[in-house]
Design a protein around this ligand. Structure first.
Ligand code: HAM
Length: 436
């Protein structure tokens, strides 16, 4: 019989394994904590939506919708897609549940997987994870934009990341953008043939996206195209100036980047990104912007919106390369029991330590002492608790700190407090070890 086929994860998606998952959990808990201090509350939206929702919000001509969605026809013939992003779902849910009736601004955050069938590369996956925040309500004051950005910088600080850049831009509104796009279209008509294939196509379908082109040879030509900053209407110009003042008063450094148009059609006015030099080509840690007409476009009330999403995969990558956060949870105690008579005491102790919040490993089968101690060391246990039948009779267990082999006898009731309060020690060097 031939051996059964082994399966692999589908191309572009991956498993996230321990110990990395500890850092993911730390990051998610930290992000929730920061977001909730800014009075954001979690919303859980489905992974599946009608394809039409993304076509209408993200835009049918965008790469995301035209090329990258995982779409299937459901049994009732509805076209369904795995979500490539969650802003559309949040706005859909806001409208569906009449959330405009809630007092004040509605501030929501979400965390979870998104799906885009992009070409996999470092920092780019087909299933990736985002944490995003959205603010919906009747005002579009730039203080909201600035506070949202401030919140991201606070999260970066909590992750001990300082090597990042905030890029900001304004891409105008329904009043000034159509005229700018027309100007761009006209300018592109003259140079289109010198641009890459994608830009030639975008010049027709979505001229703004030409500004986002990364092809080296195109850059000189694109830099000479008309800039949106010089074509904003007065209210958009003032909105952008106030955003910069609001960032200044918060001492948040930024770079005005006139070509930052972003790849989703719902944006207007403010757009922003946080980039990191650690990430290579896929250097955006987070991106967002205003989408003031999206709720109405989806049949909802005339409220304004702004938000961002950060890429968790990329945050984890830079946190790991900065090496300043240790989120691993140590194994506090490995219990070595010897003799059937010792097992009940070992099981009782394990339960007692775990009730105290300690992480404990209890072998199911009677181990050999040397083997068990070696396994405890390889597992990174801080302490080994050795329980033989003698110890049970005496009512005192041998507690050995594995880093320096210091050992003491403790009553069952005292083990938890000792393990909890004894600080970890650095492993001894060979020289120190040989002196004892
Ligand atoms: P986005 O720029 O498409 O915006 O994605 C936000 C972040 O998700 C990116 O900056 C990046 O860190 C991460 N990301 C995107 N694609 C991938 C991928 N294939 N692999 C790994 N990470 C990725 C949005 O999704 C908007 N919904 C953000 C927003 C919220 N705007 C307003 N509200």
């Amino acid at each position: 019989m031939s051996s059964p086929r082994k399966f692999h994860a589908v191309r572009g998606v991956r498993d996230i394994l321990p110990p990395d998952t500890s850092l993911w959990n730390w990051f998610e808990a930290t992000a929730r904590d920061v977001l909730e201090t800014y009075n954001f509350r979690e919303i859980r939206v489905p992974v599946l939506e009608e394809t039409e929702l993304f076509a209408r919000s993200v835009g049918a001509e965008t790469d995301i919708v035209s090329k990258e969605m995982y779409t299937f026809t459901d049994r009732d013939e509805t076209a369904i897609s795995l979500r490539p992003e969650a802003t559309a779902s949040v706005v859909r849910a806001y409208i569906e549940h009449g959330m405009q009736m809630r007092p004040g601004l509605v501030k929501l955050y979400y965390a979870g997987p998104m799906f885009r069938r992009e070409r996999p590369q470092k920092g780019r996956y087909r299933q990736f994870y985002q944490i995003g925040a959205e603010v919906l309500g009747s005002t579009d004051h730039p203080a909201i934009d600035a506070e949202l950005i401030e919140m991201l910088t606070v999260l970066l600080e909590r992750c001990k990341l300082d090597n990042w850049t905030l890029l900001i831009n304004s891409i105008g509104d329904a009043n000034c953008r159509p005229q700018y796009v027309q100007k761009l279209r006209e300018a592109l008509a003259g140079v289109k043939s010198q641009l890459c294939g994608d830009c030639q196509r975008r010049s027709e379908t979505n001229p703004l996206r030409v500004l986002d082109c990364k092809v080296e040879a195109d850059q000189v030509i694109i830099n000479r195209l008309p800039q949106i900053a010089e074509n904003l209407c007065e209210p958009c110009r003032e909105h952008f100036a106030e955003l910069r003042r609001q960032l200044d008063l918060r001492s948040i450094p930024y770079q005005v980047t006139p070509r930052l148009v972003r790849g989703l059609d719902y944006y207007m006015r403010t757009t922003f990104e946080i980039t990191s030099p650690h990430l290579g080509a896929q250097n955006a840690l987070a991106g967002g912007g205003r989408y003031d007409s999206l709720p109405e476009m989806l049949g909802g009330p005339a409220v304004k919106g702004i938000g961002f999403a950060l890429g968790e995969d990329r945050f984890i990558e830079v946190i790991q390369s900065a090496g300043k956060i240790d989120a691993t949870r140590p194994l506090d105690a490995f219990i070595v029991w010897m003799g059937a008579g010792a097992y009940p005491a070992a099981a009782r102790l394990a339960r007692r330590l775990r009730q105290q919040g300690l992480c404990v490993e209890l072998p199911a089968e009677e181990p050999k002492l040397r083997k068990a101690l070696s396994l405890a060391e390889r597992l990174g246990a801080r302490f080994a608790v050795i329980i033989g039948e003698n110890e049970v009779r005496e009512g005192a267990f041998a507690v050995k700190r594995l880093a320096d082999a210091e050992q003491r006898k403790l009553a069952e009731a005292d083990v938890a407090a000792f393990v909890k309060t004894t600080a970890p020690v650095a492993p001894r060097t060979g020289a120190q070890a040989s002196q004892t």
